[in-house]
Design a protein around this ligand. Sequence first.
Ligand SMILES: Cc1cc2nc3c(=O)[nH]c(=O)nc-3n(C[C@H](O)[C@H](O)[C@H](O)COP(=O)(O)OP(=O)(O)OC[C@H]3O[C@@H](n4cnc5c(N)ncnc54)[C@H](O)[C@@H]3O)c2cc1C
Ligand code: FES
Length: 264
Amino acid sequence: MPNLEKARVISNNQVSTNLFEMEVKAPQVVPLCKPGQFIHLRVSDQYDPLLRRPLSLYDVDRQENTITLLYKVVGRGTEILSRITAGEYLDIMGPLGRAFSYPQAGQAALLVGGGVGIAPLLFLARELLNQGYQTKVLYGTQSSDDLVAMDRFRQLGAEIWPATMDGKIGYQGLVTDLLREHLSVQEKESMFIYTCGPEPMMAQVAAYASEHGLEGQVSLEENMACGVGACLGCARQLKSSDKGYVKVCKDGPVFGLRELELNP
Ligand SMILES: Cc1cc2nc3c(=O)[nH]c(=O)nc-3n(C[C@H](O)[C@H](O)[C@H](O)COP(=O)(O)OP(=O)(O)OC[C@H]3O[C@@H](n4cnc5c(N)ncnc54)[C@H](O)[C@@H]3O)c2cc1C
Ligand code: FES
């Protein structure tokens, strides 16, 4: 059963035009957290908006019992969230969903994140590096101002390669083009790929993995209501030929790259 907790907000800072980082103290939820899972939070004590909003575990500090979230303001819920200040309390439920699994011994990890899709990959990188996996990160954003996770990855000791459309930092172009140009032949043979970002980006990563016979996992985003498998709000076919539907909140959000067809 996921925990319900009133988490105290420690900080909530704007880190680029519409991206925010929020740290909350959640001693009941933190010990259960695994990379790839998410929390479902109420952005206000009022009944509007009624539904919780899902956000990935961007980082987890097990000593301090804190969770950091990275979120983009896209609508009413995230706009309300952006106005919450330190000392307030948030009603959170979690951790929810299926976590990432680890590569086989001897395999290296390649993390490919686009935009705010980088969120679940930071905590993943932390845990992979803790367990001794070689970890390389390809991180794409439209604007170089949005490369807000760079320092955190560097502090972990991950090798990180940015790609931006404005070209002010790193490779100029799509992170999926960087993926095609960057990896050495040896790397292509041994990498386990993790990806999160816009679905067309993940579809390109899946195509690349399939061409090179690489295994990997993807973290999907879908509109959600209950977050615990009770409402069908997040139902999705994994493949167009499938008769059944999966619930992204409970069966995912992490799926095997080969398990599903992504929309290009
Ligand atoms: C498992 C999971 C993890 C997520 N992690 C993060 C994260 O770490 N950081 C982050 O910024 N966002 C994340 N999201 C997306 C985030 O939940 C939505 O952006 C948020 O719920 C929008 O709420 P809102 O009230 O601001 O927008 P709304 O007013 O509800 O919607 C605004 C726009 O966003 C779209 N939208 C709403 N919910 C989702 C959704 N779940 N997925 C895709 N599009 C959506 C709507 O269709 C609409 O176009 C995650 C989603 C899932 C399912
Ligand atoms: S959101 Fe209700 S079943 Fe997934």
